[in-house]
Ligand binder design. Sequence first.
Ligand code: PEP
Length: 250
Amino acid sequence: MRRKIVAGNWKMHGTLAENEARLTQLTSALEAESNYQVAVFPTSAYLFQCQNLLASSQVKWGAQNVSQHPSGAYTGEISTDMLKDFGCQYALIGHSERREIFHESNQDTAEKFAAVLESGIQPMLCVGETLEQRESGETMTLITQQIEAVLAKVGIQGFANAVIAYEPVWAIGTGKTATPEQAQEVHSAIRQLLAQYDANVAKSIQILYGGSVKPDNAEAIFAQPDVDGALVGGASLNPTDFIEICNAAI
Ligand code: PEP
């Protein structure tokens, strides 16, 4: 039985005061013990705040990005050791905004994944196709390339302690959500791809769906057999909506 994860990607939003209000509302609404995991991803500048406010709660936190390099002259970057200092459980790897806006390649993504794994933090690998790729029938070709680049670097056992987030680029921040059936189809294909390497890893890995998840569509998406939760962008900034999405994971 895979435990569901509901993760909030705050992107470049938030202030100390806004984050505190959001986290206070979240932790007071969630049960101390639950059968699903909640996590938030603030910008790195606010990881210390999550560490202070969430340490005694059931909510985990993680980084939106990390360098593949351990240290050195990489202005503006943050290392895995720094994320460990701030108690991160997860790090997002290869979010489509990193791939598109910051030109991160599959190779960069694989190196970041390896660095995060090595540090003991759980990588949350984001994969997904553009609308053009979907319409030309290339969804799984593209996702296979994204996953195989990481497999070539860390092997299948590297996925034993990782999470995958399937995020169709055309559904991120657009208000267009993949139907539950479209999500299930890709999640199941990802599991089949991994099963070619190791059946146990394929069976146990948590695969989250991301792309305009909202309170009114979360339950139907979570009901799909291969969907193990959600990576939520916009709706995670509104605590009432995010709590409703969390409750749909029960
Ligand atoms: C995301 O940024 O990972 C995301 C899924 O965003 P949204 O929920 O706003 O589509």
